[in-house]
Design a protein. Structure first.
Length: 189
């Protein structure tokens, strides 16, 4: 509460937070004015690789989005740009599907100060290469490097000349007998 004095008359004016009142020349209170809240502003956090992309398999990236503005945001698309050979198999926001095509997702309205977590499951081609993933909303963007794991292929089985699987060195154990046949011949005096 605030008191004002004018010509020996005291007038008390009650003000709410964020409002202002002006006394007219007659001592009447004019309409209070409210300052508008800042508009919604979405900020992208640093994306995190939670499952390394594997060639011929999958990977997972998460991204946190925070509304740093003063109003609830409207639905907003996050644009995803992924390296060649990597695509978004699925996208969810706080556990709910949010896919709008393979390269974007739709965020719901986010209250001021609140955040959501976007989870992107990646589909990784066998020939996919390392690259940068780029995420963008109006006024904010973030990048993360994706290093594709290329596992060594399993060795092909080999066969002996008789068509049977060849014994490998690691197949033998010390408590198993081994048989070796040696054929010799001599000619001459």
């Amino acid at each position: 509460m605030r008191s004002c004095s004018a010509s020996g008359t005291t007038t008390t004016v009650a003000l709410s937070c964020g409002q202002a009142a002006t006394l007219g020349s007659t001592g009447e209170t004019e309409s209070p004015t409210t300052e508008p809240a800042e508009p919604a502003h979405l900020e992208l956090g640093q994306p995190q690789v939670v499952k390394t992309p594997t060639a011929g398999g999958s990977g997972t990236v998460t991204l946190t989005v925070v509304n740093t503005g003063g109003q609830t945001s409207t639905e907003q698309a996050v644009q995803l740009t992924l390296p060649g050979g990597i695509s978004a198999a699925s996208v969810s926001v706080d556990g709910a599907s949010a896919g709008d095509g393979p390269q974007s997702c739709i965020l719901p309205g986010i209250a001021p100060g609140a955040s959501v977590t976007v989870v992107i499951t990646l589909d990784v081609a066998a020939d996919a290469q390392d690259g940068s993933a780029h995420f963008q909303v109006p006024g904010s963007s973030a990048d993360v490097d994706l290093t594709v794991d290329h596992p060594e292929p399993a060795p092909a089985p080999t066969t002996a000349s008789n068509g049977q699987p060849a014994a490998r060195k690691d197949d033998a154990t010390s408590d198993q007998p081994t048989e070796t046949t040696v054929t010799t011949s001599t000619t001459g005096p």
